[in-house]
Design a protein around this ligand. Structure first.
Ligand code: HSE
Length: 435
């Protein structure tokens, strides 16, 4: 029986899951493939560290090159994360004619084009199902299931840590820092929590999705992102009052001549499907021209869900290797289209929730309304909290009709200079769903 040799770079949470899944499902995988899949080499940083799974010590090395150069390794699985040295290792493996499976969204967001070009040159594939949505077979659905369609919008809840925190803040009225600590303990959070709660991780994932869905190069530095770390319980209370739920959305839209890419906390109507995606779950909602709306839901993080995506990629590569086929060109975008401009956030047209902290005295509301009006921003709703404590600023909340972001930012800068302005203004964009 033929054996497909695997080399692992990294044996953390996901690496251990891969080893476990290959062992637990060995018979089923063998039956499906007509071949065995075997881990032949594992590179780790510290050889003596305690692991979540037992592995043969002879397989373990502290040098990535031992894995990349091993002639018995057909597929290199990169699970170390971060851009360097992951990029160097992956390029090294590709140059050696090895296929690559990676869960590394940061690497793909920054260097995806370079890696795809190297793959094409060396006639190998890079698979990355685990990089977005963990165990959800999402990349496969977008790449194969929708291969015949044109996608014009992709909206995801793609950071489980943020979604868990937002869900707890919404349902339990809990404090941001307390819930973050809990998420970190549960093992969902990135090593650097600012990547999760600052929106960077979701932005990396959006770049991966957009390149695939819209068939274009993405310059990651142009992806706008904001995190959930400035939201307060007051914003959740107002969201509830206006019939919204707050979600960290990664939004990608193909406008034909340009592409809109943004990640930020968003007020979404409570009745919308994405509003009910709670806890650590992820979901990606897609609008494509022929199919219309579709949604993909499941566990976006964790040891075994992520391992499922990695091992399924390995199986797909193994099929190609066993067939002796030249490769499926799966990593190439579905339909290559011309490179398009990524829109600046200032060009966005949206409705906005604005919460002002101002002194409670005559004429202040008129000043706010005047400045908004001067910037072509029309008010849809206003709520002012009664004065409870004369020492503290009053909260004035304004929900706008559709307005241009550059106008909103200019208005907020002007409002910030008013003598009555006592706190920085809170801004949350509102997503209007299709009927
Ligand atoms: N830290 C990520 C999340 C999981 O919280 O969703 C890995 O992509």
């Amino acid at each position: 029986m033929r054996v497909i040799g695997l080399g692992l770079l990294g044996l953390g949470n996901v690496g251990a899951g891969v080893v476990k899944l290959l062992a637990d499902n060995a018979a089923a995988i063998e039956a499906r493939l007509g071949a065995r899949v075997e881990v032949r080499r594992i590179a780790v940083q510290q050889a003596e560290k305690r692991r979540l799974v037992e592995v043969d010590k002879k397989l373990v090395t502290t040098r990535a090159r031992d894995v990349i150069d091993d002639p018995s390794v057909d597929v290199v699985i990169e699970l170390i994360g971060g851009t360097e040295p992951a990029r160097e290792y992956v390029l090294g493996a590709i140059a050696k004619g090895k296929h690559v499976v990676t869960a590394n969204k940061a690497l793909l967001a920054y260097h995806g084009d370079e890696l795809l070009a190297a793959c094409a040159e060396n006639n190998v594939e890079i698979y990355y199902e685990a990089s977005v949505g963990g165990g959800i077979p999402l990349i496969r659905a977008l790449r194969e299931g929708l291969a015949s369609d044109r996608i014009d919008e992709v909206i995801g809840i793609v950071n489980g840590t943020s979604n868990f925190i937002l869900t707890q803040m919404t349902e339990q009225g809990r404090d941001f820092n307390e819930v973050l600590a809990e998420a970190q303990k549960a093992g969902y959070a990135e090593a650097d929590p600012t990547l999760d709660v600052g929106g960077g991780d979701a932005a990396h994932k959006l770049a991966v999705l957009a390149a695939l869905c819209f068939g274009t190069k993405i310059d990651f530095t142009k992806v706008f992102f904001e995190g959930i770390d400035k939201l307060t319980q007051r914003d959740f209370a107002y969201a509830e009052r206006f019939g919204y739920t707050i979600k960290l959305l990664a939004i990608g839209k193909d406008h034909g001549d340009s592409i809109e890419l943004r990640v930020h906390p968003t007020m979404v109507p409570k009745r919308w499907l994405l509003a009910s995606v709670g806890g650590v779950f992820n979901a990606v909602y897609v609008n494509s021209q022929a199919l219309g709306q579709s949604m993909y839901y499941g566990r976006g993080a964790g040891m075994m869900p992520t391992a499922v995506a990695v091992v399924s990629d390995v199986i797909e590569i193994a099929r190609t290797l066993l067939a002796g086929a030249p490769g499926t060109r799966a990593s190439v975008p579905r339909a290559k289209r011309p490179e398009r401009r990524i829109r600046d956030i200032g060009e966005l047209e949206s409705r906005y929730y604005l919460r002002f902290g101002v002194e409670d005295r005559p004429g202040v509301l008129a000043q706010l309304a005047g400045i908004l009006g001067d910037h072509d921003i029309s008010i849809a709703e206003v709520v002012q909290e009664g004065r409870r404590d004369p020492q503290r600023p009053a909260s004035v909340v304004i929900v706008t009709h559709r307005a241009r972001e550059s106008n909103v930012q200019a208005a907020l800068a002007a409002i910030g200079k008013l003598p009555a302005a006592s706190e920085p203004t809170q801004l949350v964009r509102i997503y209007e769903t299709r009927p």
